[in-house]
Design a binder for this molecule. Structure first.
Ligand code: HEC
Ligand code: HEC
Ligand code: HEC
Length: 364
């Protein structure tokens, strides 16, 4: 028995020295060309699949993904951040991507075996040692779901349908020099968000707020994976250039959604929102929203954004983030934490409905 133990110890020692030599002398071939040893791919893939299934959120945590605005937003982010590796639906991958180990699967294949909650987990967390990146920001989840909404549509989507969804709108002559095509795919060249209620309008915002917000996204002071990616393609000069371009766009009230035709229940809701915004229902130690956001003809500070005419779902989402302490922003962001921290869900909904119902061109 003693001899057996001594032999085992010697063998273990030799194995350990061998492992150290493999690492130290560089004997393990890390070349992506050499492929994996037999069985290794199976082990890695099975580990990946089981790890995702263990950690993904439950199926009933998946929000409603049927909104076409979510799908369009997700597709446009995919085009800028993911297409380089997975290509568009039914599009060939580049020779360079095919030479990765593992090669990124074509997107129709990548989504084939997964439920939405699994896709969410993979897009948020990435896959270690494979080249599949994690979502660039950590604190929010709602910004990942538009990409999942798009991925659930991929199986039926043709390349032509995809191209139509992600193509930027036609750009006016003055946009050419400002290099806005990428931003315009989501925000439009006029800054009005192409009618997508998940995307904020930039035409109602001022140059200083736009520039400061882009910097906040890039540094991570304001968290949103989609805009973190977009802002990381810029530098301070780019922030200033695009802020000047979008800050100069004039909102036109003509085609804005209006409250005149809203049903009675919705009108009451908007009236409650107005009372809250004007301060008649707010507590004494927090200034009324209108003190900073209007609607007045003049902006009070270059860093106070206008809210009039901003889409309701966007306003509501931002208010929830402010209240829950999850939204950062420019050097003035702390003012909003104070203003939103004690508001109820119903009050947030009423405030979002009120500001969304205002005509931006009039109420500046
Ligand atoms: C740098 C290249 C690269 C980028 C960029 C990239 N991926 Fe991947 N992705 C990969 C690779 C490689 C894998 C394979 C991982 C594996 O099988 O171990 C993968 C796996 C996946 C899978 C799981 C597929 C499977 O194997 O079952 C999905 C879904 C996915 N990616 C979606 C996305 C989305 C959405 C984005 C953009 C937010 C994205 N990827 C960006 C390289 C990339
Ligand atoms: C893939 C779609 C997409 C692209 C591309 C994109 N954005 Fe955005 N943008 C969004 C979304 C969604 C938000 C809201 C993010 C949030 O919740 O904070 C946003 C927010 C913003 C804001 C803050 C608005 C506010 O009311 O606070 C600014 C400023 C902005 N984007 C400018 C740009 C510029 C400039 C570019 C081009 C470099 C760009 N965006 C590219 C989707 C996009
Ligand atoms: C003391 C001034 C002040 C008060 C009061 C105030 N806000 Fe704000 N609000 C700000 C500032 C400053 C920002 C921009 C912060 C940033 O991103 O840096 C902001 C941002 C916002 C945004 C995000 C806008 C966008 O485009 O993303 C919403 C929505 C908002 N406020 C709603 C409200 C509501 C509703 C109230 C009342 C309950 C309110 N605010 C009260 C100063 C104020």
């Amino acid at each position: 028995m003693r001899r057996f133990l001594i032999h085992t110890a010697i063998l273990a020692g030799i194995a350990a020295i061998g492992a150290v030599l493999v690492v130290w002398l560089g004997l393990f071939n890390v070349s992506a060309r050499s492929g994996h040893l037999p069985g290794v791919s199976w082990v890695l893939h099975t580990t990946f699949r089981n790890a995702v299934e263990l950690r993904a959120p439950p199926a009933d945590a998946v929000p409603d993904l049927s909104d076409p605005d979510l799908v369009a937003l997700g597709a446009r982010h995919y085009d800028g951040a993911c297409r380089v590796c997975h290509a568009g639906p039914d599009e060939g991958r580049t020779a360079t991507m095919l030479s990765m180990l593992p090669a990124p699967p074509p997107i129709k294949e990548a989504v084939a075996d997964w439920e939405p909650q699994h896709l969410f987990w993979i897009v948020k967390h990435g896959v270690k040692m494979s080249g599949m990146p994690a979502w660039p920001t950590r604190t929010r989840d709602d910004d990942v779901w538009p990409v999942v909404a798009f991925l659930t549509r991929v199986p039926e989507m043709t390349l032509a349908e995809y191209e139509e969804l992600v193509a930027p709108p036609e750009l006016p002559a003055d946009a050419a020099g400002a290099d806005v095509a990428y931003c315009a795919s989501c925000h439009g060249a006029d800054g009005r968000g192409r009618g997508n209620a998940q995307v904020p309008r930039l035409d109602i915002l001022g140059e200083a707020y736009i520039a400061a917000s882009l910097t906040a996204y890039r540094t991570g002071a304001r968290q949103n994976g989609i805009m973190h990616h977009a802002a990381s393609t810029l530098d301070a000069t780019g922030d200033a250039r695009l802020a000047r371009f979008y800050g100069a766009q004039q909102p036109s009230p003509a085609s804005d959604p209006q409250s005149d035709s809203e049903p009675g229940g919705k009108r009451d809701h908007i009236t409650l929102g107005r009372d809250l915004a004007m301060g008649s229902a707010a507590s004494a130690d927090v200034p009324a929203c209108s003190a900073c956001h209007g609607p007045w003809p003049d902006r009070l500070s270059a860093l106070f954004p206008r809210l009039a005419g901003q889409p309701e779902p966007y306003l509501l989402r931002q208010l929830e983030l402010w209240r829950d302490g999850e939204r950062g922003g420019t050097s003035r962001a702390h003012l909003m934490h104070q203003a939103a921290k004690d508001l109820t869900d119903g009050e947030l909904r009423a405030l979002a409905a009120y500001y969304a119902s205002l005509k931006p061109g009039e109420a500046r």
